[in-house]
Write a protein that binds this ligand. Structure first.
Ligand code: SER
Length: 612
């Protein structure tokens, strides 16, 4: 079964059960501007999980693009990927555990409507109860009924977490079976579904400690059903949500592995064309295992880079741009190791665009931009790579045991080596790198530290503190003010918010004058004083596109939320946006002040501003 078939089967299955199909949101989070990328299907839906009304209703199904780079060193094993697609069905205050569990198992096992997998091969985990939240007895009961329908006795494992005899249900603690993205936000216990990948080749059922069976890849996680009942607040409290939600996530690449009886994500149709193209162009062979890993790393990184650029990310030295830069540079280095030609990376981008463009049309719309950004960055890196490698050899000749933070920083600063390239080179030669002092060097040299960005990135959602929400509304005011002062060509190109400041990228060709900056500040401070209401309304997409600002690069659902600031007949800002925002501009505490206005790339400027 191809990945295309799995995607559409999933959407159809849940559509038949009353779910509205919504398109994937951009990889760049809109509702939570304090995080770099969407790392889970739930991220674009956070406001709705917290209680806001979703325009598509209370049952939703989607396939969400996600990026995770916490696992960058694991890429090339059998299941980790930088970019992946998450299939998800959502109940926003509608159905809860019973339907969620029933349907997920029906989809996995039904021959007519689902994937037709053998029910005997499944094992599940449930939340064992911790931190004052009790064990999930309800899910145990539901699972036992579900298995019983297939004539399977499902017993619950003991505290030794041992899979043996009729054990099918394994209770685990907060680290495994309580889902939260980042530190705050909607969360709850979950139940995860695992598939026995070796049932056909090994004798008998899996036996042994559950975690060991997972680590040895015998049991493979395919689906997570999260029962979101709490909101974890900034001060660490779990508040009961007004409504109970279901958030489910099934990685498309992983389920494609299971359905097709493979043992790793790279052997699925998702990677078939790109890996074949890489493999036939290899001119330098070293050893099978490391060559295969290099091929997989290139395939993974190029695919992720293509999707990122299509969603508006460009290689740079900070935040998202830096994540992208690292991926491209790492792909270049592995290409060189395999002796691939310099032009191959761009040809690989075409392979990715052709494969996924049917589902994600913005890949096709931005084909030239994607290829230009890739080749530009690759060229830039190649220009210094050779010299950098020479410099590296020199460093280790003088210091054969450790590479100091200063040396690692020089490699980064002068030769563009992201730290993991230095780490990889060092590892091959059994040399240590003083990463801690590298981080310190980096911090000294940068106003916006990448390290901070990476933390944010790994942790998922940033917090939605009061101040963050204020800055989010201020960002809309800034967009409106810039359009008044500079002209209607101003479009949002990026946004990043922390509790301490906002950062806003926009299209504009030249440096702003002091007078322009002053006028922008005056407008915004005037609007704050004017106590303007901030309101959401739902519109059919076609209508909304005529009246509100939106990205031209993105697919929107049929019904969208529009956020307006000001009186209905005299609004000052109207944008596609799900929130969160303050209710009235008077809640913005402080005076709006532009701290910095600078260029980010040709035709794009950046403002950093604070409410003081
Ligand atoms: N949020 C959960 C996850 O990412 C389920 O979708 O695993």
């Amino acid at each position: 079964m191809t990945s295309e078939e799995i995607r559409s089967k999933f959407l159809e299955f849940f559509k038949k059960r009353g779910h509205a199909i919504i398109p994937s949101a951009s990889l760049i989070p809109e509702n939570d501007p304090s995080v770099l990328f969407n790392t889970a299907g739930m991220q674009p839906l956070v406001p709705y999980l917290l209680g806001a009304k979703h325009p598509a209703g209370v049952r939703i199904v989607d396939v969400q693009k996600c990026v995770r780079t916490g696992d960058i060193d694991d890429i090339g094993d059998n299941r980790h990927l930088t970019f992946f697609e998450m299939l998800g069905n959502w109940s926003l205050g509608d159905y809860f555990k019973k339907e969620a569990i029933d349907w997920s198992f029906d989809f996995l096992t039904s021959k007519e409507e689902g994937l037709g997998l053998d029910p005997n091969k499944f094992y599940v985990t449930i939340f064992k109860g911790e931190n004052g939240i009790p064990r999930d007895e309800e899910s145990i009961k539901i699972w036992q009924e579900v298995f019983a329908k297939h004539n399977i006795v499902a017993e619950v494992a003991g505290t030794d977490e041992k899979v043996t005899g009729n054990v099918r249900i394994i209770p685990l603690g907060v680290n495994d079976n309580f889902w939260i993205a980042g530190n705050t936000g909607p969360c709850g216990g979950d139940t995860e579904i695992f598939y026995d990948t070796k049932a056909d080749t090994e004798t008998g059922k899996p036996e042994g400690n559950f975690t060991e069976l997972v680590d040895s890849f015998r049991l493979f996680e395919v689906w997570n059903n999260v029962f979101m009942e709490f909101n974890k607040t900034v001060d660490g409290k779990y508040e009961k949500l007004a409504k109970q939600n279901v958030d489910t996530g099934m990685g498309l690449e992983r389920i494609a592995v299971v359905v097709n009886n493979k043992d790793n994500v790279f052997d699925t149709d998702i990677f078939a064309e790109i890996l074949a193209k890489i493999h036939t162009n290899v001119t330098k062979k070293t050893n099978d295992v490391s060559d295969r890993k290099a091929e997989r790393v290139i395939a993974d990184h190029v695919r992720a880079a293509v999707f990122m650029i299509a969603d508006g990310v460009y290689p740079s030295n900070t935040d998202r741009g830096y994540v992208l830069r690292r991926l491209i540079r790492r792909a270049v280095r592995y290409s060189d190791i395999l002796g691939l030609s310099d032009t191959l990376l761009v040809e690989l981008a075409d392979v990715v665009i052709n494969k996924f463009g049917k589902t994600y049309s913005n890949l096709i719309d931005n084909r030239d931009e994607i290829k230009n950004a890739l080749s530009g960055e690759a060229e830039k890196f190649r220009r210094t790579l050779k010299d950098g490698l020479k410099h590296f050899e020199k460093i280790i000749k003088d210091q054969p045991k450790t590479i100091s933070g200063t040396d690692a920083f020089n490699l980064f600063q002068s030769y563009g080596f992201p730290i993991e390239i230095t780490l990889e080179l060092a590892k091959e030669k059994n040399i240590l790198v003083e990463t801690k002092s590298f981080d310190e060097e980096l911090k000294k040299h940068q106003d916006l530290s990448r390290v901070g960005a990476e933390k944010k990135f790994k942790g998922g959602l940033g917090d939605t503190s009061e101040k963050t929400i204020q800055y989010h509304t201020a960002t809309h005011l800034l967009n409106a003010a810039l359009r008044q002062v500079l002209g209607e060509h101003v479009m949002q190109k990026g946004s990043n918010i922390t509790p301490d400041r906002l950062r806003f990228d926009f299209s504009h060709g030249e440096k702003m004058t002091d007078e322009q900056k002053q006028r922008v500040e005056d407008l915004i401070n005037g609007w704050i004083k004017a106590k303007l209401p901030v309101e959401y309304k739902e519109f059919p997409k076609d209508e909304a596109e005529k009246i509100a600002l939106h990205s031209f690069n993105e697919k929107y659902a049929d019904i969208v939320k529009v956020c307006s600031i000001g009186a209905e007949d005299n609004f000052i800002s109207r944008e596609f946006c799900g929130g969160p925002h303050v209710k009235n501009t008077s809640e913005l505490s402080g005076h709006f002040k532009i701290q910095k206005e600078e260029a980010v790339s040709a035709g794009v400027r950046r403002i950093k501003a604070i409410l003081l």
